[in-house]
Design a protein around this ligand. Structure first.
Ligand code: HEC
Length: 215
């Protein structure tokens, strides 16, 4: 009996110490939790400008200072001291088709095919006339004879577009001059962004040539 009692007491003491341990762990955890919540709320109150002018407390610092560079930031390691980098060579903006024959009129004249070839419909010629009158007539003249309003003031006169040379030029050749320029005439690709407008001008020039040669 005595032994049995002793045995029972031992187990109960063991259980007590066990319980004591877990209670202590729980207590420590709660203290830490309360401390954390306290720190967080105090951090929050500190960030409210009306309550404190102290800088914010950063609990998780990586979230405020990310290693990624912000656009147009100061960046001393870059020669330009800017976080912005030049795009790699050959980068093309979305929706932009690079012109294959830049600086290459001979190849353009041979290889470019007019998608509106022979299309002398009212719609195409009307579009061509509108664009020609806006962008070309001031130099080359409304009829294409090289007698535009600014021509008298120009040192190098704009040539006639009714000449044998231009009559014999391929549609691609004329398209290339509109797109890439020639000599002192600059490119009109920025004004005539739509390629269809340029081809419509080519067709309109052809119609002017037909009228011009009849005279
Ligand atoms: C600011 C005046 C000006 C405007 C605007 C202009 N051109 Fe020209 N164009 C010239 C001059 C000047 C030349 C001669 C350039 C050279 O060869 O140095 C030329 C040359 C040309 C030639 C080649 C002529 C040849 O005999 O070699 C063509 C074709 C032509 N232009 C078409 C056009 C078309 C189409 C437009 C409208 C999209 C246009 N040009 C707008 C001034 C102009």
């Amino acid at each position: 009996m005595l032994d049995r009692e002793k045995e029972l007491m031992k187990t109960s003491r063991k259980m007590k110490t066990k319980m004591g341990m877990s209670t202590r762990i729980r207590l420590v955890v709660s203290v830490i939790a309360i401390a954390l919540v306290g720190a967080m709320t105090s951090a929050c109150t500190k960030s409210t400008p009306s309550l404190s002018k102290d800088p914010n407390v950063e609990l998780i610092q990586d979230m405020m200072d990310s290693p990624a560079l912000k656009a147009q930031d100061y960046e001393p390691s870059n020669p330009t001291k800017s976080s912005s980098r030049l795009p790699p060579e050959g980068t093309v903006p979305v929706g932009y088709t690079p012109y294959k024959y830049a600086g290459n009129p001979v190849e353009a004249a041979q290889k470019l095919k007019n998608p509106l070839a022979g299309n002398m419909s009212v719609e195409v010629l009307e579009l061509g006339r509108r664009k020609f009158d806006i962008y070309c007539a001031l130099c080359h003249g409304v009829g294409g004879a090289g007698d535009g309003t600014v021509a008298p003031k120009m040192a190098l006169k704009p040539p006639t577009l009714l000449s044998e040379k231009i009559v014999g030029m391929t549609d691609g050749g004329i398209y290339h001059i509109i797109t890439d320029g020639q000599g002192v005439m600059s490119s009109y690709a920025y004004q005539l962004v739509n390629e269809k407008d340029r081809w419509a001008i080519v067709n309109y020039v052809r119609s002017l040539q037909k009228l011009g040669t009849k005279k």
